[in-house]
Design a protein around this ligand. Structure first.
Ligand code: LMR
Length: 398
């Protein structure tokens, strides 16, 4: 039955973790997966999450959630993204469903697109999070990739991006990273977001915003929602994929929210019923615990404040590691420019290292990162930064 099944290639991101775990070098460094670590390299459970866990313990049954998940959790989530006073929420234009974190939200978006916008294409940035391509491919949606990053400037290729998207056929969807673009750490400015929103509106293109890092770009969850709020304000029909993996450190709980901004309440009701119809045959209903944690945090003013402080703290530690890594490389006399380490934002640094150079870092120094040269800055700390800088200095020029 199965003798014809070949072994699949390793996942370009999670496969790095597999290799890291198999390495016996006590000095090994994992800069692969985007998962926050403290300055001693340990995973973190936020204090606000611990408090929510204490409040939740013993207070709930283990019953099924409805197909669309925990309603209050969804309402709290969309408020965090679109804003407390958002007109689209007040007008009940937003259809929403609790999802299996960012991947689950994207997968449902892709399925919805395939089902309800048949024959339409998804425009995905180059480069992007590798899983985006798998997700839309497996949903049988045609994929085009638009220019996003300019290696020469290590910045945004805004002109080519707009030019490319302006030629996309009306009725196509455009995937955008709401903030802290993964893997490049390069985001449009506020003005550029406004221009993009106008362009997509004028060309009848549907924005799909993947928001996996709200709070991680600037340390401020409102500021990091600016793209979402600009698009909503401009009256787009749009989809939004939210994840609480990174900003609440709830990676393994698989908690997120998928929402679609519709024309009005009636349309939102119909759309939401179809969102549920897609989720039911895939996984029935989402897990309960993570949604209860997020709801307990977002619905309690004091706890939410504490959480916002913790997000800021994580973002600030990463920013300080960017400075330290750049300083270390400059102190080693590197003739290359490392400005981009501190210019880029969010969890990642797109170093510019070629795949062969990455292989050297791994083989010679047990430093693990994805072969596209992306470093998870969250894995850098005061104990490993010097060793990392030395390895980059050594192989970065070869
Ligand atoms: C990453 O890009 O490292 C994260 O989004 C984790 C993942 O699932 O790939």
């Amino acid at each position: 039955w199965f003798s014809h099944v070949p072994e699949a290639p390793r996942d370009p991101i999670l496969g790095v973790t597999e290799k890291f775990l198999a390495d016996t070098n006590p000095q090994k460094i994992n800069l692969g997966v985007g998962a926050y670590r403290d300055d001693s390299g340990q995973p973190v459970v936020l204090k606000s999450v611990r408090e929510a866990e204490r409040r939740v313990a013993g207070s709930h049954f283990m019953e099924y959630l409805p197909i669309a998940g925990h309603r209050q959790f969804c309402e709290d989530s969309v408020k965090l993204a679109y804003g407390e006073d958002s007109p689209v929420l007040k007008n009940k234009q937003v259809a929403m469903l609790q999802s299996l974190s960012g991947t689950g939200s994207c997968r449902l978006s892709a399925e919805f697109q395939g089902h309800w916008l048949p024959g339409s294409t998804i425009y995905i940035p180059t480069p992007t999070w590798a899983n985006h391509l798998n997700i839309w491919r497996d949903a049988h949606v045609a994929i085009e990739q638009y220019p996003y990053y300019k290696p020469e400037t290590r910045g945004l290729d805004f002109e080519r991006m707009c030019d490319f998207l302006s030629k996309a056929p009306a009725g196509s969807a455009v995937l955008l990273h709401a903030c802290a673009h993964n893997p490049t750490g390069v985001d449009p400015t506020t003005e550029q977001w406004r221009e993009l929103s106008k362009l997509l509106k004028a060309k009848t293109l549907l924005p799909i915003l993947d928001c996996a890092y709200q709070g991680f770009a600037s340390g401020d969850c409102d500021r990091d929602a600016q793209a979402i709020r600009i698009f909503a304000e401009d009256g787009h029909r749009m989809m939004l994929c939210q994840s609480f993996a990174k900003n609440m450190g709830l990676y393994g709980q698989r908690v997120g929210c998928w929402s679609i901004v519709c024309e009005d309440e009636k349309e939102a009701k119909a759309v939401e019923s179809q969102m549920k119809a897609l989720a039911r045959p895939m996984y029935s209903n989402p897990p309960l615990f993570g949604a209860l944690l997020v709801h307990n945090i977002l619905a309690d003013k004091a706890l939410k404040q504490q959480w916002l402080g913790e997000v800021k703290e994580m973002a600030e530690r990463i920013i300080s590691m960017r400075t330290l890594l750049r300083q270390n490389l400059e102190a080693l006399g590197s003739p290359l420019s490392w400005n981009h380490i501190t210019d880029q934002i969010g969890m990642f640094c797109y170093t510019g290292l070629a795949p062969e150079q990455v292989d050297k870092l791994t083989a010679e120094h047990s430093i693990y990162l994805t072969r596209n040269g992306r470093i998870s800055m969250a894995g850098v700390n005061t104990n490993n930064v010097a060793r990392l800088a030395e390895a980059i200095h050594k192989w970065g020029l070869k």
